[in-house]
Design a protein around this ligand. Structure first.
Ligand code: F6R
Length: 243
């Protein structure tokens, strides 16, 4: 596990975008796993800049997103699908048919989860997976639990996650209670993993994930076992970790 200290959010975003850019330049037909939330917005801005400058070409890139709320369609402004269109897909030359997000409107959980797993396998697996870190150590929507769930599944969101996501909705009542997410095994199958973390409010989660024992109660701690994981975190997020 490589841990790279960034000065601040902007520096973290730039460093992470550089790693994704290198992946895209070395393998223009890469499959990139993407995350939503506040943390990757700066990375998507940097990648957009790279495209505008002519340094990056998305035309052969495929993307698979980590997760999506259940019961929300792609046109809904709170959907992760919408988020991706807004922050990245509509700003670069990616082919929309090469971008994949779990279908939140598929009521049939088993069917949707199997479809997504097959889709990822059909693309040849993920070359580089971008992740953010939840305050409770979640990755994707893999919440603290008794066991690590391997494959794409439908989860009931924890109270803490519902509270954290409330800022994107008009009221807590509107925050979806379930989501589809890649499983821990799906994430761990990526050839490379890049996790980005910013802010002092994540310092405890960083310490528990990367400085303590591996436990399904802290889902991100499993990343300690991955052979190629890069953590890019700013000083504030690393403040409780001994490195
Ligand atoms: C989003 C996702 C989540 C977030 C995490 C951190 O696709 O999978 O695990 O990465 O909740 O969210 P932010 O970046 O908003 O703090």
């Amino acid at each position: 596990m490589r841990i790279i200290e960034a000065q601040d959010y902007k520096d973290m975003s730039r460093k992470a975008a550089n790693i994704i850019s290198a992946q895209m330049i070395l393998k223009p037909e890469s499959v990139i796993g993407l995350a939503t939330g506040s943390t990757p917005i700066g990375v998507y801005d940097q990648l957009t800049e790279g495209y505008k400058k002519g340094d990056l070409d998305f035309s052969k890139i495929h993307t698979v997103n980590l997760d999506e709320y259940k019961g929300i369609d792609a046109e809904n402004k709170q959907s992760y699908h919408y988020f991706m269109n807004q922050h990245l897909f509509s700003r670069v030359n990616i082919e929309l048919q090469n971008t994949f997000v779990p279908d939140g409107m598929n009521e049939n959980q088993d069917e949707e989860c199997q479809r997504y797993e097959k889709l990822i396998a059909g693309l040849g697996g993920v070359d580089l997976q971008l992740l953010g870190l939840g305050h409770n150590g979640h990755i994707g929507f893999n919440e603290p639990a008794e066991v690590f769930v391997k494959q794409t599944h439908c989860v009931s969101l924890s109270e803490k996650t519902i509270q954290a996501n409330q800022r994107f909705f008009e009221s807590k009542k509107q925050v979806p209670k379930q989501a589809y997410t890649m499983g821990i095994g799906t994430i761990m199958s990526a050839r490379k993993i890049l996790i980005i973390i910013s802010g002092e409010d994540k310092a405890e989660a960083v310490k528990k994930s990367f400085g303590e024992e591996i436990s399904p109660h802290v889902p991100a701690s499993i990343l300690q076992l991955h052979h190629d994981v890069t953590v890019i975190a700013d000083k504030a997020a690393l403040s409780k970790l001994d490195i």
